[in-house]
Design a protein around this ligand. Sequence first.
Ligand code: ZN
Length: 217
Amino acid sequence: MLFRPQKAPIDRLVDGYRKFRRTTFPSLQRDFRRLAKEGQSPKILLIGCADSRVSPNLIFATPPGTMFVARNVGNIVPPHDPNTQARSIGAAIEYAVKVLAVTDIVIKGHARCGGVAAMLNRGVNLPETDYLKPWVEIAEPARMLLPADYESLSEEKKRLASELAVIQNSIMNLSGFPWVRERLEAGMLKIHGLHFDMHDGSLMRLDHESGEWAQVR
Ligand SMILES: [Zn+2]
């Protein structure tokens, strides 16, 4: 058998680009050209985890121009504080809300989230870090949103409960941004919570009326 050296990761990316250019791009070329000319006007801001398994564009099958996407470790929105060090996510939210005037913000969490696990176990498995531990600690208040029977749950259910709590905590923090709150109260903006499980492809959605999570059928 011939020895075939594994392709370098960057070469796989370039191969992927070539495939996209050959197959996907021609079918979207008109859309891309229109977007290039007119600029973007997405209606949705999606805040999701940076995890490599949960690409929002793949999961929601969205054409270009549909979603303004901000991804970070653990789909965390910190509380409103212009003096915070965590300005990247604040800038993305401000641009989407004030400039793009999105009508919907989606906080998308996912199963087996390493960021949420790191927050829950207080970063014990993390190496000494400059950024990671203080970042996931921002989501600590999510503990208050865990169900009363949390300690009696199986490990899997604990994981799910904490991932849902982190999404809800991000929604609460987001609602506290003054210009987000204004638009929520004026009915110009809605916030949604979604949780994706890559194991079986299932999606859960938060019902704001009941505060319950339900499977999307
Ligand atoms: Zn994650």
